[in-house]
Design a binder for this molecule. Sequence first.
Ligand code: 5GP
Ligand code: ZN
Length: 139
Amino acid sequence: MRDPNCIFCKIVDGKIPAEKLYEDSHALAFLDLEPRAPGHTLIVPKYHAETLETLPEEDAGPLFSAVKKVAKMLMRGLEADGATIGINQGAAAGQVVGHLHVHVLPRYHSDGGGAIQSVVNNKPKESLGEIKSKILKIT
Ligand code: 5GP
Ligand code: ZN
C-alpha cells in the first residue's frame, strides 16, 4: 500500500531520487537529505504506515531486520564507534514525515552528541508501580 502524496512512498517507487543503501521486498534504506551525522540513514517499510501501530505485523520483523543490516553496513563502512537508532513517532515526538521511518545515526566518541534519553527530561511524579498500573490498567 502506497500513499501517492507521501514523499517516502515516492522514494520507494523511484519517483523522486534518493541515495539508496539497501532494499529488499519489505524495506528501503536511504541517506537522510539533511544529515545530522555522516551516514545518517532512514529505513522505511515499503508499506505506507504512519506509525508502528498501523504497520502490518508481517512488515514489522522485516523492518527490524533491515535496520540491523543497515546499522552493520554503516558501522563498518564509516568505521563508527556506535550508533543511535530511533523513531520519532507522532508530532509530539518530532515526526514530520508521516511515513514510519527508523533513523540510524552513526556515532563517534568525539561527536559531542548525547544518549537517546537526552531528547526529553519529563520526569514522572508518580512511582514506577503507579505508572505500571496505569499502563496495565490494574486498579
Ligand atoms: P522526522 O519525521 O523523523 O522528524 O524526520 C524526517 C527526516 O526525513 C528528516 O531528517 C529529513 O531530513 C528527512 N527527509 C525529509 N524529506 C526527505 C527527502 O525528500 N529525502 C530524504 N532523503 N530525506 C528526507
Ligand atoms: Zn508513504
